[in-house]
Design a protein around this ligand. Sequence first.
Ligand SMILES: [Zn+2]
Ligand SMILES: [Zn+2]
Length: 244
Amino acid sequence: MVICRGVFQKILDFIYPPICPLCGTDVSTHGELCADCWTAINWIDGPKCHRCGYPFIGYDFDDKEMLCPVCAAGKNELDWIRSACVYDDASKQVMLPFKHCGKIKYARFMANAMIWALRDIELQNIDIVMPVPLAWRRLFHRGYNQATLLARPIAHALGVKMDYDSVHRKYREDMGHKTSAQRAQNIRGVFKVVHPNKIRGKHILLVDDVMTSGATFNELYRVLMRAGAASVCGVSFCRVVHGV
Ligand SMILES: [Zn+2]
Ligand SMILES: [Zn+2]
């Protein structure tokens, strides 16, 4: 069976040679970026808040107990959060076409990068991988939930189920260009657990494409914990970092 799969992959590679999804250069494996595209992205691989993963850019210490001001003030509700890279001009070249222009082929390397971002986390107790829900109206216009495209390969890698229908989201206007307080206000009450039996007692990993203020993750945390979840943590492809 393994041999068959290897032969099948070789045939597939011959018909569809692996190329960098961003620039089209030849690469060795499907879903990989070429070296130039990889180095252009600001990966979070240095010191960071051990709870929410916020990168301490420009610091050379690596204190595993260090918290960012948001976590130190108790404003982050999730057990932990990790993100693969910083939201900046380079990652926007990935994010914007992926989210708004149907470049769903980017999902593979983005999910791989998010799995890499979880390298310092004990993942054995995760029961469910849950993409941040999209309102029906937005899903209808876009045609896909970008978070679901990322959550599916992550759930597969972790060997757990993806849950994309236990929580519904109401439509609200776009949150771009709003302050953290406005975002928190805007997101309040948008999520509703419709299948609490699938949530009760579960350790849940939330998946989103970008983390801005953390308001979405925090609101989902509150809704899921009220429905009886055992714990909630999160992973995003990129995150907004102040001053970048
Ligand atoms: Zn490339
Ligand atoms: Zn933090």
